[in-house]
Design a protein around this ligand. Structure first.
Ligand SMILES: [Ca+2]
Ligand SMILES: [Ca+2]
Ligand SMILES: [Ca+2]
Length: 546
């Protein structure tokens, strides 16, 4: 149902659907009364912004882009278990004029660092790291991302983890330490009295120009766990790392991130880290907090994406996954969408461009990401949770069932397995008294996935209704109207992953058209499996949230 032509002017909007005092039973009987009635009209975003129109985060911003690099072989005699580790990176930064070595734009700028993962280290066979005459420039695989961030006022650094790359162990702590070492260097280049063992590669060009109160770390593959390691090992000294992101990370250390915004890209067709291990980092993040999960985290499941195509250098060396994989995305398109998402997440946290939070909620699509099957997983800090994987207290009826399953691949959490075999199936929960006032929340959210069961539709989305009852009134909403529940991705290796993605239903959907559900007193939540009449789902994290 299109209620409004797509708005294209950048800004903040609320969508109001005005109903009159008589409920419409068909489109033909729809009536308005020309006024906003808080208890029966639809307002998308009740006390926050409904939706926003923003520029494509892939677009360049207004700052001229300065370019440079630094390199000193064997700067670190030892780094953890390794010796003779280089200090090298390529950088892009906000500048007064574009070009190599130009002056930095006035002011202090936030700092972003990314570290590549494991790949070849030498273009010539038979060499060691010390003797290689033609090194693989792994760190030059994210140049457009660096340019985007620089043009939006961020100093963007891509670290060459050369000595930690190639036929070596995973070296995740060393890789994390290397990120922290580069932050030390940048502290020194901004303030020469700090970390005085470092050189200033640029003779004072960045003096006073690095805002060390705003740092974000990222990485790809082993680098994607290294960015998590950098956060976890950031104890003495403690840098102000505001956000952590990963592309297709490994997960060998089982780090449990505390309350720091985390974003992970999961390439559904990953032929290298085919376990999609980043889903486990996502699941554990925040679980160790005193109040568990009191943090914000985001992920995207990108159908058809491979491991290597997020790095232009790796993509040029070849793909890691069969070209016959479903929903195949050409390398340039995959790089574009990955860089758009990483730029969006980074800009939320380093330059305060909170508009892109909605992209991470799966609510904003841009030319750089359009036409691809990208499914969002999102956990909001502000939430009231009704179920986290244990369906105790949820009563099945009409032939439906609900049991608990631990760690369905690739997740590392308990989820509910919900099944139904006729259109009378339902699952009901009496809302605990302390959680009945949902009027300060925006959505009913859950994460869910179709299992591989043949009870699900042969193609396309699964669907069901979620009913809320309050004040003696009940209304059901089909969830696929808001977010699809697609078939699980058919990984080319035959791996039966089922990645749960987040469905967010606006709570005002339950009051519009005189439905009358009292959002400040919701006593019952019920899943009703009318159509399709059979199915099997994983369900987790049912909550009222922002
Ligand atoms: Ca009205
Ligand atoms: Ca070296
Ligand atoms: Ca769970």
């Amino acid at each position: 149902m299109i209620i409004w032509n797509s708005p294209l002017t950048v800004g903040d909007y609320d969508a109001v659907v005005d109903f009159g005092s008589t409920a419409a039973t068909t489109a033909g009987t729809y009536m308005t009364d020309g006024q906003y009635n808080p208890l029966l009209d639809f307002l998308d975003g009740a006390d926050q912004i409904g939706f926003r129109v923003a520029r494509d985060p892939y677009e360049l911003g207004t700052f001229a882009i300065g370019a440079d690099s630094y390199s000193q072989d064997d700067f670190f005699a030892t780094l953890g278990s390794r010796t003779n580790v280089d200090l090298r990176a390529v950088i892009r930064y906000p500048a007064t004029t574009g070009g190599t070595g130009t002056p930095v734009a006035p002011g202090a700028h936030p700092l972003f660092l990314i570290e590549h993962g494991n790949h070849g280290f030498c273009r010539v066979g038979g060499h060691t790291h010390a003797t290689c005459p033609d090194r693989v420039r792994n760190h030059e695989g994210y140049m457009r991302l660096l340019e985007i961030l620089a043009s939006h006022g961020i100093i963007a650094v891509s670290i060459d983890a050369y000595d930690l790359t190639g036929p070596v162990p995973q070296l995740i702590p060393e890789r994390g330490q290397l990120i922290l070492k580069h932050i030390e260097l940048w502290s020194h280049m901004s303030n020469a009295t700090t970390f005085t063992t470092y050189p200033d590669f640029f003779s004072g060009r960045f003096a006073g120009h690095v805002d060390l109160s705003k740092i974000s770390v990222s990485g790809h593959s082993r680098g994607g766990e290294a960015s998590v390691a950098a956060y976890m090992l950031n104890t003495e000294p403690s840098f102000l790392i505001r956000a952590v992101s990963s592309i297709a990370p490994v997960d060998g250390q089982a780090y449990v991130l505390p309350d720091v915004p985390y974003f992970v890209i999961l390439p559904a067709g990953d032929g290298d880290v085919s376990s999609l291990a980043g889903a486990r980092i996502y699941d554990r993040a925040g679980s160790g907090l005193t109040t568990p999960d009191l943090t914000t985290k985001s992920a995207i499941d990108v159908y058809g994406a491979s491991h290597n195509f997020f790095n232009t250098v790796w993509a040029a060396d070849g793909d890691d996954s069969p070209a016959t994989r479903p929903d195949y995305i050409p390398a340039a398109d995959q790089q574009r969408l990955g860089e758009a998402y990483l730029a969006a997440f980074t800009r939320v946290h380093l330059t305060g461009e909170t508009v892109y939070e909605d992209m991470l909620r799966g609510r904003l699509v841009f030319p750089s990401t359009a036409g691809r099957k990208i499914y969002a997983v999102r956990h909001e800090k502000i939430h009231s949770r009704l179920m986290s994987g244990n369906p105790a207290g949820w009563t099945p009826a009409g032939g439906a069932s609900a049991t608990t399953v631990s760690n369905p691949s690739p997740q590392q959490t308990q989820v509910a397995l919900v099944a139904w075999s006729s259109s009378t199936g339902e699952l009901t929960r009496t809302v605990p008294a302390a959680q009945r006032d949902a009027s300060t929340y925006e959505v009913l959210a859950l994460r869910a996935a179709q299992t591989w069961s043949a009870a699900n539709p042969a193609t396309g989305s699964q669907d069901f209704q979620i009913e809320l009852t309050g004040g003696g009134k009940t209304k059901g909403i089909y969830i696929a109207r808001f977010y699809p529940l697609p078939k699980p991705y058919a990984h080319p290796y035959g791996l039966a992953h089922t990645l749960l993605t987040t469905v967010r239903i606006p709570l005002h959907s339950y009051i519009m058209n005189n439905a009358g559900v009292t959002l400040d007193d919701i006593d019952t939540i019920r899943f009703r499996f009318f159509s399709p009449s059979t199915g099997e789902l994983y369900v987790d994290d049912i909550e009222f949230s922002r």
